[in-house]
Design a protein around this ligand. Structure first.
Ligand code: ZN
Length: 154
């Protein structure tokens, strides 16, 4: 079942393509497997209005970007990073099904990568997109300057 979700995201990636406008673009590679992703973040305040991407590599790496995008668009950067922490926990679970069960609600389709946690060599494939998101979000926030008070938002 999990396998099917990964293949589905790989074959029909959600939100793929690089779009404007964006505040930050990053390029991340996973040299052990040859995976690559270029990822753009567009913020509305501290909310992720869009995450657009192009990439190539193994099915795990590419499906991971697609599943991640579904999860984080519309969330604030801190919320998205927290979701990333949950995904990291899943990747460290060594295939323990109770961890996947607990994180199912938070991770939605991304919980399908639970099986990857049994294969240390593949964990980096699944994590690449989340690393890219973290990097791009930090850069985007520094561009939009979060220290400026956001007056009219209440
Ligand atoms: Zn890979």
């Amino acid at each position: 079942m999990y396998q099917e979700i990964i293949l589905d995201h790989y074959r029909n990636p959600h939100g793929r393509g690089l779009r404007d406008p964006f505040e930050a673009e990053v390029h991340h590679v996973n040299p052990t497997c040859g995976d690559e992703v270029t990822l753009r973040v567009h913020l509305d305040g501290d909310r992720l209005a869009d995450v657009s991407y192009e990439g190539m590599g193994c099915s795990i790496s590419q499906a991971s970007v697609s599943a991640m995008r579904d999860l984080v668009v519309g969330r604030t950067v801190p919320e998205a990073l927290e979701t990333g922490e949950h995904f990291m926990t899943l990747m460290q679970s060594r295939g323990d099904p109770s961890v996947a069960e607990k994180l199912e609600d938070e991770l939605e389709d991304a919980v399908a990568f639970a099986g990857v946690s049994k294969y240390p060599a593949r964990i980096k494939c699944a994590l690449m997109s989340w690393m890219a998101l973290k990097d791009a979000s930090a850069r985007a926030l520094s561009v939009t300057d979060p220290t400026t008070p956001t007056g009219g938002h209440q």
